[in-house]
Ligand binder design. Sequence first.
Ligand code: ADP
Length: 175
Amino acid sequence: MAEGNPRGPNILITGTPGTGKTTLGSEVSQRVGFNYINVGDVAKQHDLYDGWDDKYQCPVLDEDRVIDELEEVMSSGRNVVDYHGCDFFPERWFDIVIVLRTNNHELYERLEKRGYSGKKLEENIQCEIFQTILDEAREAYKPEIVHEVPSNTPDEMEDNLDKISAWVHEWNISH
Ligand code: ADP
């Protein structure tokens, strides 16, 4: 058992809003038979908020309460977690971190379609331009478990799906 870790793997899918985390995360979890956890939905369901983020114009998560809420299920393994942030989760939770990247033009269109406009739209595009989430992931996790992958087209989505499924298969063989 590598590093004495007896549980199944946990996968984090992160990236700027609109890069495709929910689409990929829910498909991956179905394909490999893991539990899908959308952290935004968990926060909404249990009202785990702590104020308002003026920059991104969204509620601020109460991170400690989110961690408490998820600790038990995460310690069992076999979860795919979807969130547009990654540095407040316990590092030990994750065995692989996927950071989705989308080019600006494509992301702009997706976020506009979602109804984002003005400052909220601009701040999210800037977040992607400055690779904020990728840097956050590289700081918070071991570099060898952080994978930056493109998410511009359906073909790239399929490719990401295949690669993550293959990684889970390998994990199962080697553990
Ligand atoms: P996120 O969860 O990161 O906010 P979503 O999964 O909700 O992103 O995807 C945002 C939009 O982009 C959706 O309309 C989705 O269908 C589309 N989308 C996601 N990934 C891709 C991709 N690889 N290629 C084309 N469209 C995509």
